[in-house]
Design a protein around this ligand. Structure first.
Ligand code: ADP
Ligand code: MG
Length: 259
């Protein structure tokens, strides 16, 4: 088991945002975290990638207690790709990708030939080599996300934590980002907003509702009309798609609802 979370609880104030969450990720899996807005997906992920410190519970990464691990070591094992990426200043694309090398380096180390090669390869992988000298903030949302993924690739970790990585991207970029990540053959734990995307890419899915895991299983087990109604309050029709072989969800407007 690559990662095991047990009884994770976290509050921003008095109210618990995440309550007693337990989940695991095996090596090579693509695991999805779904649930309505505000259900706690980002909070769970932030506790895992050390943006927040759990109030209680344990997180093991490769059997080792994450809270006792140095930040550098955990950064070598986990790469994080968030939503709208909060890059505070206007860096060049290649500078942002080079930041992926920082866990491998000591303070004030300069980028060596090997680092430069890794950065170049990461940019090539994402088809971004021609944009290496562009300013990050001038890129489109889809291009920005490819840069952030290139940074994760340059980090050379084989475990990616993603928080709704394709939010606000049009459908071609959504597919491109998930297809690309799947081709990397890394282990993935991803919050995913779109249930059809979760159905297409995930091996297993955990469902959060009001800070608690209420369901988990394969997409077929989890993505049923009953469960979708329980969690989102929306009626739907779910069928196995003839081409993808994956569950395909159609949401039903009020005038087509029979139940
Ligand atoms: P999701 O990612 O599923 O939309 P979040 O983890 O962002 O959910 O939020 C879970 C709950 O925690 C929500 O009720 C949200 O309002 C609250 N919350 C999130 N971030 C903060 C914060 N920085 N301060 C206070 N409350 C927060
Ligand atoms: Mg979120």
């Amino acid at each position: 088991m690559l990662m095991q979370v047990e009884g994770l609880t976290y509050s921003y104030s008095e109210k618990e945002a995440v309550k007693n969450v337990s989940l695991y990720v095996d090596k090579g899996e693509f695991v999805g975290l779904i649930g309505p807005n505000g259900s706690g997906k980002s909070t769970v992920l932030k506790n895992i990638y050390r943006g927040l410190i759990p109030d209680s519970g344990s997180i093991l990464l490769e059997g080792e207690n994450l809270l006792n691990m140095s930040y550098r070591k955990s950064a070598m094992k986990m790469a994080v790709v968030g939503q709208e990426n909060d890059v505070p200043f206007d860096f060049l694309v290649e500078e942002i990708v080079a930041m992926g090398r920082s866990p491998h380096k000591k303070l004030f180390d300069i980028d060596n030939v090997r680092d430069k090669k890794i950065v170049r390869h990461a940019l090539e992988h994402l088809g971004m080599e021609a944009m290496a000298q562009r300013n990050y903030l001038n890129l489109s949302g889809g291009e920005k996300q490819r840069v952030i993924i290139a940074r994760a690739v340059a980090q050379e970790s084989d475990f990616f934590i993603l928080d709704e990585p394709t939010n606000h991207l049009d459908i071609s970029y959504q597919m491109q980002i998930f297809d690309f990540i799947r081709r990397l053959k890394v282990t993935v734990l991803s919050a995913i907003h779109d249930l059809n995307m979760a159905a297409l890419y995930c091996d297993r899915i955990y469902v959060l509702k009001a800070g608690q895991i209420v369901l988990h299983g394969t997409p077929e087990e989890v993505l049923t009309p009953e469960h979708i109604y329980d969690v989102y309050g929306v009626r739907s029709s779910v069928e196995k798609h003839p081409i993808t072989g994956k569950m395909s969800i159609t949401y039903l407007p009020a005038d087509l609802q029979t139940a």
